[in-house]
Design a protein around this ligand. Sequence first.
Ligand code: SF4
Length: 94
Amino acid sequence: MEMPQVSVCQVDECAYNQDSACHALAITVGDSAHAHCDTYFVFPSKGGDSSSVGRVGACKMAGCLHNVGLECQAPGITVAALGASADCLTFTAR
Ligand code: SF4
């Protein structure tokens, strides 16, 4: 299994975000109830690996069409701010 890329993340205020791209090596999505980015956090400096594109290391949304054995198998995901959280817009209920 390949870890899917975070193709786009529009949550600029996240510490892992630079130029609308995620640079966390492996994010976690979901708390089993909501498909939000669980790795999102705000910090005074930027982190992650700026030479790498973020990938989805784990996804707890068992009810998503793209979820196989609690791993994301979408070709790529899009994350954007919805209210106070960073939501995975690729989530598709089965
Ligand atoms: S996908 Fe998550 S960890 Fe990566 S930049 Fe967006 S909010 Fe931050």
